[in-house]
Ligand binder design. Structure first.
Ligand SMILES: Cc1cc2nc3c(=O)[nH]c(=O)nc-3n(C[C@H](O)[C@H](O)[C@H](O)COP(=O)(O)OP(=O)(O)OC[C@H]3O[C@@H](n4cnc5c(N)ncnc54)[C@H](O)[C@@H]3O)c2cc1C
Length: 468
């Protein structure tokens, strides 16, 4: 057996984040009929933050949250835990989709991040937040040149950025593949333990009086007089309003189904590294959170107990027909590919084994950031489609979802970000053909030192030549 395959042979298919102590009990499912003022569908970050912010705005609001499996079983318990201030997946994307709003959206992102951290402190939520910023690494000269240009532009704007040339970079984290690095220390970006964040938010909203029902799938949503009727496995709920926080999962609302597609992303985690292994890669002095500058980029970081989690790269995949079923979740070939890419980056770690492997679905929108919406005369809203950058942005998405339902609306609702409708994805089979072509073109550009072919140039014209 090849070493990178053997390294996976004892791994468990489970997110490392959901496999640690302190996990709260799974709550009872809904049995029979119930009423509430606000029903939240989905127990990921968006649903949890929506419940929390609704309770902070309106403490007497009667809120129920229903989750089809358990809180954190979606992307929220399966991500890399990179906490990023951007609400729009970067400035270029922001400029393209929301012209004239870059500064406003930046301010809103900063405010969101500040309130995010303050909330953790206020409710004693131990999400293992580490304020480490974000380090982008180059693995070839064209990438290094691109990063250097970015560094100079950001430095000129007075941002807190640090440049590492090849040797300096390898002293920070030692991979023979690195040719340069750009460390963004600005603001409060860093990493969290996503599982603990879900659990902390869940316990907090329970303490504020939110009723949570797990193992309670929503099967149907229909208008009922001036409110809404929701049919769940096990019962029905009459509510004044509904906030849909179901992200990449197949939505009951066709409007949402057209605007997000599920993209599968795979991750592996090593066993805890020994001090000698950490020393061998120099990582640990600064607990950098890294990603490389490739189109099909890897993202990786240390956990509190010094495992490396490693995801992204060539394993990312969209399956024909927007599949979200478990049939594609534990795809050995994709994990083996990740493992191979891991040892190419850190050959000094030969012999290290992976304890966990898992996958999750990213909701990709055509604007590569959150898509809000409202239907049924303002009685149902949604916030979905964060496209791989939702750990921080979901708190903001939840806020928008609440405001669209009329809970203390603000002038944020007047922004293009909220008002401009996202383009729909094309239907199948064009959807699968388009996404697959793009994925191959991005991988080819990576292999060609970043040189973009005709298809990517065509997509760039519409700001669409992007991975998640
Ligand atoms: C592998 C991976 C890595 C990622 N890494 C990062 C990262 O490092 N940084 C970052 O910023 N973002 C990252 N993301 C994205 C981020 O995790 C998501 O944007 C975010 O978690 C979305 O939260 P959510 O609550 O909207 O969706 P989810 O967490 O997916 O929650 C939706 C919930 O709705 C429930 N649900 C769906 N349908 C129904 C129904 N009919 N009835 C009841 N319940 C239902 C689901 O079970 C699920 O729990 C990553 C995503 C993945 C998959």
């Amino acid at each position: 057996m090849e070493p990178h395959v053997a390294a996976l042979s004892d791994s468990t298919y489970r997110p490392v984040w959901l496999d640690s102590g302190g996990r709260p009990d799974i709550l009872a499912s809904l049995e029979g009929n119930a009423r509430c003022q606000l029903l939240i569908v989905g127990g990921g970050f968006t649903g949890l933050w929506a419940a929390l912010q609704a309770k902070e705005r309106l403490p007497d609001l009667d809120i129920m949250l229903v989750e089809q499996t358990f809180v954190g079983d979606g992307a929220s318990g399966r991500n890399g835990g990179f906490l990023n201030t951007s609400l729009t997946h970067g400035e270029t994307n922001s400029d393209y989709h929301f012209p004239g709003e870059k500064e406003r959206l930046e301010e809103l992102g900063l405010q969101n991040m500040k309130e995010f951290i303050e909330t953790l402190e206020r409710y004693n939520i131990d999400a293992e937040y580490e304020h480490v910023g974000h380090l982008s690494v180059a693995t070839n000269e064209p990438m290094a040149t691109k990063l250097r240009t970015q560094f100079e532009a950001e430095k000129a704007l007075g941002r807190d950025v640090v440049w590492f040339d090849g040797d300096d970079m390898r002293r920070e984290v030692n991979s023979p593949t690195y040719t340069a690095g750009l460390w963004h220390r600005e603001g409060q970006d860093g990493v969290v333990n996503p599982g603990k964040l879900c659990w902390g938010l869940k316990e907090t909203i329970l303490s504020l009086g939110v009723r949570i029902f797990e193992n309670t799938p929503v099967l149907d949503v229909t208008p009922d007089g001036d409110g809404m009727m929701t049919t769940c496995g096990g019962g029905a709920i009459r509510s004044d309003k509904i906030l849909m926080a179901t992200n990449a999962f197949r939505s009951l609302l066709p409007q949402i189904r057209k605007q997000v597609i599920p993209v599968w992303d795979y991750q592996i985690a090593t066993e805890p590294l020994t001090p000698e292994q950490l020393e061998a890669i120099g990582w640990g002095k600064t607990r950098h959170a890294l990603s490389n500058e490739a189109n099909m980029f890897h993202y990786y970081r240390l956990t509190k107990d010094n495992r490396i989690t490693w995801g992204g790269g060539g394993a990312v995949c969209y399956y024909f027909g927007s599949r979200t079923d478990q049939g594609v979740a534990d795809d050995r070939g994709r994990f083996e590919r990740l493992s191979k890419e891991f040892f190419e980056t850190f050959p000094q770690l030969q012999g290290v084994r992976f304890s966990h492997r898992w996958s999750g679905i990213i909701a990709s929108s055509t604007r590569f950031c959150m898509v809000p919406g409202v239907a049924f005369d303002g009685r149902v809203s949604w916030a979905v489609g964060y496209t791989g950058l939702g750990v921080g942005a979901t708190r903001f998405g939840a806020r928008i979802g609440l405001e669209l339902l009329g809970y203390q609306p603000s002038d944020v609702l007047d922004t293009l970000f909220v008002k401009r409708r996202a383009m729909n994805w094309v239907p199948e089979p064009f959807r699968w053909i388009g996404v697959t072509l793009t994925r191959h073109a991005l991988a080819k550009a990576d292999a060609n030192g970043g040189k973009r072919g005709l298809w990517l140039k065509f997509l760039d014209f519409f700001n669409m030549g992007f991975a998640c």
